[in-house]
Design a protein around this ligand. Structure first.
Ligand SMILES: Nc1ncnc2c1ncn2[C@@H]1O[C@H](COP(=O)(O)OP(=O)(O)O)[C@@H](O)[C@H]1O
Ligand SMILES: [Mg+2]
Length: 273
């Protein structure tokens, strides 16, 4: 994927620095262009004008989460122009958790469980953002009706099933899932995959959560299902994955409900696009 034309013009200029002031990191799965400053201290996320509201939503969530004592980036700048909008944040130092070996991830697993638990313990009454089931179902209907589901985000066994059918399979569960959500709502990260958890490579403790655009009140399984499924890509086999799930559940303090986990895992890929 190539950069969206014109977005570079939004990047803040450092006096005396040239074209290499900002280095492209990737053109994200989210469709954003992400850049890192040459000195490594800042990241800039740039989006087309049509996605500017989402970027401002991310800015507000980053600022709010910082005030709750949960580690993450700081907002340094947020600007918009004709080409789009650009959010500049401080670098959360360390390595993204998806870059660890299985042994390293195992060593950091308890720290990750503690950090997720701490996030999920932030008092819900303080959180002005919602990411609830009804919103996610409405989003899924929109993405599915536009034919915009990315098959690569789906579990392999679902990649040849029409997205509308996948959504139809989930709908009968919504009343029950809504009740569970009402009884047990927490502040969720909203996209809790390993690349969005940055670790201190020395201590393997969590140095911060990034990519906070979907942070909000939701069922904790929205986060847990994604994290455990994503970590499965690092574990060597099913046996190791089961042991890791059990270790996580014990440290976090939960008896995992596998149906609820599966529901949120299958809903998530229908909400991006
Ligand atoms: N503030 C930050 N601190 C550290 N790394 C960051 C930061 N912002 C972005 N990154 C890096 O850039 C990648 C993409 O940024 P992210 O905000 O996750 O974009 P996307 O929404 O496309 O996933 C991240 O996975 C991470 O490696
Ligand atoms: Mg990300």
């Amino acid at each position: 994927m190539s950069e969206v034309p014109g977005l570079r013009t939004l990047l803040p200029k450092t006096p005396g620095a040239g074209e290499d002031d900002w280095l492209p990191v990737h053109t994200g799965e989210s469709g954003a262009d992400v850049f890192r400053s040459a000195d490594g201290g800042r990241y800039a996320k740039c989006v087309a004008a049509s996605d500017a509201a989402e970027l401002r939503a991310e800015r507000d969530r980053i600022a709010w989460l910082g005030d709750q004592g949960v580690p993450g980036p700081r907002v340094l700048d947020c600007r918009s122009g004709d080409a789009g909008a650009c959010l500049v944040t401080s670098t959360v130092p360390g390595v993204p958790a998806d870059e660890l070996s299985a042994a390293e991830l195992r060593a950091s697993w308890g720290h990750i469980a503690d950090a997720v638990r701490a996030l999920h313990t932030v008092p819900v009454r303080r959180c002005p953002f919602r990411r609830d089931l009804d919103r996610m179902i409405a989003l899924a209907h929109d993405v599915v009706s536009r034919g915009a589901v990315n098959p690569e985000f789906l579990p392999v066994e679902q990649q040849h099933t029409p997205a509308g059918e996948l959504l139809d399979r989930l709908i009968p569960q919504t009343a029950r899932r809504r009740e569970q959500e009402t009884a047990d709502t927490v502040v969720c990260h909203g996209d809790l995959c390993l690349p969005n958890i940055v670790l201190d490579p020395r201590t393997l403790d969590v140095s911060g959560f990034i990519d906070l655009g979907r942070l909000g009140l939701a069922d904790r399984y929205a986060d847990l299902s994604l994290l455990l499924a994503n970590a499965r890509e690092t574990w060597a086999d099913e046996e190791d994955a089961r042991a890791a799930d059990a270790a996580f559940a014990e440290r976090y303090g939960i008896t995992l409900d596998h149906d609820r986990r599966r529901f949120y895992l299958h809903l998530d890929p229908l909400t991006w696009g």
